[in-house]
Design a protein around this ligand. Sequence first.
Ligand code: ZN
Length: 260
Amino acid sequence: MVFEGIVISRIPYKERDLIVKVLLRNGHLASFYVYGGMGGGKHHKPSQFEHACMMRVHIKETRNQKVEGSELMVASEYQRIWEPLHLRHNVQAFYLSCLYFEILQKFGMPYKLGLTEDDSHEGHGIFPVMSNALFQMEDALTKEKFIPEQQLSLFMIKLIFHLGIMPDTDHCATCGADLMESIGATFLPANGQFACLQCVTAENEKGFLLRIKKGYQTKYSEYDTLVGSTFRESDKLIQYFCHQFHLKPVELKSYKLLLK
Ligand SMILES: [Zn+2]
């Protein structure tokens, strides 16, 4: 059996083995046990399983390994298909990808043997959101156009849309007025709704509203057209995501590191 996916975590085990968690193309999270996966040894082999790399992993269906109670598929062969070259050398980009993977693990579904590619929702799944986010972040770093708050905002908008929890950006949650025609609007992360400034006295966030609308229509490859994003805005989207999944933003460790 062959799997393809993105390495979202790698834990050294014993002397040279690795336990890796991978986001599969079908949107599920799978764990693999990789003998000698750390590389090294007599021939100083490099490790193939690095942070955010895309891997192809072959397994022998009959050999499963139990480590600390959880069942892992044992990788028999593997190849690296894609690797980000700049992402690991830019500290903000690295933490941003850590944050993406941390968020993913809050809702990702574990893979169970026997599931086929047909049981997935490829094309609408989380895999395209994540692979695009990493690929375009690498692209931005290569072109020296990397703006972390822009990347994070676009990722959060795509993610919220993918999860089907997009807030209503057309109407005031209280009076139903057309938000585009009202003089101002404000976002209420706890409700996941926008309200017009006639209903709620708060800061005018119409720019944020327009950026959500724009981000939702923007192709990932056109990330640099989403201008004016701020960490304050992406923070509101993260707060909103956390609220929907009953998490506290402080539980996202990489987020705190990113803002330092
Ligand atoms: Zn209103």
